[in-house]
Ligand binder design. Structure first.
Ligand code: FE2
Length: 460
């Protein structure tokens, strides 16, 4: 090799190292943005029967981006009938957070509109020329009340690639046709740290591009950008990477963190349990009041009934529990406590001998590997609040498959090995009361730190 070429080659290697290293740590190849689309994720910001949003990332060389969509005909050249949509492109300087590399990336998003209900589509994203993703498929919501199946994940948060990926992938194996997946906050540990988002996207891989995500921020999606800064802000990546609904009547600080999606007779309401609690209370009341759906599921991060000592969220409970009970929300899916808890509020019938009916069911779950102890006495401290604990666990990662079909909702909590740990059926009666059929008593011993493998926080 001649000397000049060698010098140029060495300089370019050093330049790369300077760009991609931080504190002696080198970026892994799958963290580095390129002209090829990565971090492809489906979300909704509108009607899931008629629209579908997709977001992806490239390096900043891709200034104009496109998505193409076609009905997923089985013919091999289905793509010849594809329609092209121009993306909205947003620049993000991830070095605004002092622990990221000095890199500017581009996020692109398209909202496919005018889709047919209950139709299978294939789409791809790219630069409109040579740099395209593969064709990926999704199905729009039906306009009838067909069965709905969805996944739910409590906090992933830690060791997302090494230890959360098997949960995410086991969930896909258990429910490959899930209509959407709910992520109840703390998707990662350090809000702005790009490496952790890289892990979340690598762990889910192309599943994120096939099964739409309903995401809410946890406390770990908020952090200071720099050491000098006092204010904790929503993850830099959140807005650019998830295309979600916004409402004029909510404070701007809640943009894309508080919203609802109606899917085949199920209303899923996402709240932001971190801040602006009172502003959300009235909005929630309105959204539940004006709700034509048979089923209602609520998701947010900080649980109404905590399962760890010193982790009570009384302010959120005082604000939201009365609204949840007033509208008899069916299921409340939460995270934050790194334990598993499932309980319900029984509704006692005055002056009758009937067995108690069922009010809202509350679940705290964890999908990642960080584990806390369950508080002494289960939910005894919450007796005055009228809630009963039906099943709990420690030291176990979970994913849930929830299926709504007509008057029945079946909830199943699985462990990483695919075994069932908790399950129930909730039935709606003709008079709109509900009956809870608890299957947990047949599902074996309660998992606790005492009877499971040793746990160690080190290396998490
Ligand atoms: Fe949390």
């Amino acid at each position: 090799m001649n000397k000049r070429i060698l010098t140029v080659a060495l300089l370019s290697i050093f330049a790369q190292m300077a760009t991609y290293s931080h504190d002696g740590d080198t970026m892994r190849h799958w963290e580095i943005a390129s002209p090829d689309p990565d971090r492809i994720v489906l979300t909704w910001n509108d009607d899931p029967a008629r629209t579908q949003a997709v977001t992806w990332r490239t390096n900043d060389s891709v200034k104009t981006a496109f998505a193409e969509i076609a009905v997923a005909d089985p013919s091999s050249r289905f793509d010849l009938s594809a329609e092209r949509f121009r993306a909205k492109t947003q620049e993000l300087d991830i070095s605004r957070h002092d622990q990221n590399e000095s890199v500017t990336v581009h996020y692109h998003s398209v909202v496919f509109k005018g889709l047919h209900a209950d139709a299978l589509y294939a789409y791809r994203v790219g630069d409109g020329d040579q740099r395209w993703s593969e064709w990926m498929q999704f199905r729009t919501a039906s306009s009838r009340l067909d069965p709905v199946e969805f996944l739910y994940f409590g906090d992933a948060q830690n060791s997302v690639l090494s230890h959360w990926s098997r949960i995410m992938r086991a969930a896909f194996q258990k429910s490959p046709n899930a209509n959407f997946s709910i992520h109840a906050g703390d998707l990662i540990n350090r809000a702005h740290r790009d490496r952790e988002w890289a892990e979340w996207f690598k762990a889910g891989g192309w599943v994120h591009g096939m099964i739409p995500s309903i995401v809410v921020p946890g406390n770990h999606e908020y952090d200071e950008l720099t050491e000098a800064e006092q204010e904790r802000r929503l993850s830099l990546q959140w807005g650019p990477q998830f295309e979600l609904p916004r409402y004029r009547e909510l404070p701007g600080a809640l943009d894309e963190t508080v919203y609802y999606i109606d899917f085949q007779g199920v209303r899923v309401v996402a709240l932001n349990s971190n801040s602006e609690i009172d502003a959300q209370t009235g909005w929630l009341d309105k959204v539940l009041n004006d709700n034509p759906n048979r089923w209602t599921v609520l998701t947010f991060h900080h649980p109404i009934f905590s399962s760890g000592d010193g982790r009570d969220n009384s302010r959120n409970r005082e604000a939201w529990k009365p609204v949840i009970e007033k509208h008899d929300v069916d299921l409340v899916l939460q995270g934050h406590d790194h334990t598993y808890a499932r309980g319900h509020v029984p509704i006692r019938m005055m002056d009758t001998n009937e067995s108690p009916r069922t009010g809202p069911i509350y679940v705290n779950s964890v999908s990642g590997p960080k584990m806390y102890e369950f508080m002494e006495g289960g939910w005894d401290v919450y007796r005055p609040e009228g809630v009963l604990l039906d099943r709990k666990a420690e030291n176990t990662q979970f994913f849930q498959v929830i299926r709504v079909e007509g008057m029945s909702l079946v909830y199943k909590a699985y462990m990483a090995n695919g075994e069932l740990y908790d399950a129930f059926e909730l039935r709606k009666n003709e008079d709109s009361s509900k009956t809870l059929l608890d299957w947990a008593p047949d599902l074996g011993e309660e998992r606790l730190f005492e009877n499971t493998m040793p746990y160690n926080r080190e290396g998490m």
